[in-house]
Design a protein around this ligand. Structure first.
Ligand SMILES: [Zn+2]
Length: 362
């Protein structure tokens, strides 16, 4: 098996700009003026990813087949599921919105050693976590803001390789090495923010070409990662007034321009700020004045910025429209996992019983 086909879609990404706001990854991030972004025609030679592609719609159970059951942990399917939040992956950790490539790699190793395996947010919503082998726990890894630091290409002799120090490079290498670590993570993307936070970079920012943007989004989808909307350019929804639905709908439109027909099911609130009319975060519509078409959105999950590890979908307190996350910096991962191991019942750690037909209650 060599190479892989990419769906090439050329459509216009609709963009309007006016406001300048701060992104949660630091730095100024207003709207960007890029009007179009088409998939590139360069031949793809993506390192570490071609041989073990799982595909966007592969069942979670199939990709978990290699995971060994572990009898050392008591099943508890009423327990909590950590939803980890990452922003910039940079050479030096400076505050809560940064993590180094080495730290991200170490986080994956920690999770792996402690019996966690990655799932997408929709796998939690759809209760596909029932397919996890006995003794195994789900974790959701979420990457916000679509910066180049999360997905960078290096061009060598006309071929594109994923930068091994970018988040996707680290994730792909880890999955290639560990056959029982599925390609699952959630990318909450901006298609039109500044400083390259626009489908992982453009206009030469951090060496990233505009024509690579759609290719990156398509690659993520093809590998099995989940595409999540984080609005058009990170405007605060509590201050967005009448534009709330426009900012959200246009994020979906841009994803659809990259992966035609993709149904976005997860939405991340910029800075965790809710619109005044809260339900507009998960359901709404906007009429595009250019085409006259109405774009509707309806999400199964809305991600907050912080909080405790999230309730199990079997816990009556589970609210998919308010999914709490843990920002990963310093020793937050170890602290979170230790707390879950110490607690019990619905405050403890979700551990699969390996039986899709039953919900293990401790
Ligand atoms: Zn953000």
């Amino acid at each position: 098996m060599t190479g892989h086909s990419l769906r090439i879609v050329r459509r216009t990404v609709p963009i309007v700009l006016s406001v300048t706001i701060a992104a949660c990854g630091g730095g100024e991030s207003g709207a960007d003026t890029t009007a179009t972004a088409a998939a590139g025609a360069t031949r793809d030679s993506v390192s570490g990813a071609v041989t073990t592609t799982v595909g966007g719609d592969t069942a979670l159970g199939a990709s978990m087949a290699a995971v060994q059951p572990d009898d050392s942990r008591q099943p508890n399917e009423m327990g909590r599921i950590p939803v980890l939040e990452y922003h910039l992956i940079v050479p030096e950790e400076k505050g809560e919105f940064t993590r180094t490539p080495q730290q991200l790699r170490k986080d994956l190793e920690t999770l792996y050693a402690r019996g966690y395996r990655p799932v997408n947010m929709v796998d939690v919503i759809d209760k596909k976590i029932q397919q996890l082998p006995k003794g195994v726990s789900p974790v959701v890894l979420v990457f916000d803001d679509a910066s180049p630091s999360q997905f960078r290409y290096i061009e060598r002799n006309g071929q594109l390789e994923i930068d091994p120090t970018s988040a996707v490079g680290i994730l792909e290498k880890f999955s290639a090495e560990k056959k029982d670590w599925p390609r699952r993570a959630v990318f909450c993307m901006l298609p039109a923010a500044q400083v390259g936070r626009s489908f992982f970079g453009h206009k030469g920012i951090e060496g990233q070409k505009t024509e690579w943007r759609f290719r990156k989004v398509q690659f993520l989808h093809k590998q099995g990662y989940e595409l999540c909307n984080h609005t058009l350019y990170h405007a605060r929804l509590d201050r967005a007034g009448d534009q709330v639905q426009e900012f959200i709908a246009r994020g979906d439109m841009a994803i659809d321009s990259a992966v035609a027909g993709y149904k976005v099911r997860t939405f991340a609130l910029p800075l965790g700020m809710w619109p005044k009319q809260r339900n507009l975060a998960w359901q709404g519509s906007w009429k595009d004045p250019k085409s006259g078409k109405t774009v509707s959105y309806k999400y199964d999950a809305v991600l907050e910025v912080s909080g405790n590890p999230n309730e199990s979908p079997y816990d009556p307190k589970f609210d998919p429209h308010s999914v709490n996350r843990q920002i990963m910096y310093k020793n937050a991962l170890e602290a979170t996992l230790n707390r879950l191991d110490k607690a019990t019942g619905s405050a403890g750690r979700y551990v699969s019983d390996g039986n899709p037909g039953t919900v293990a209650k401790p």
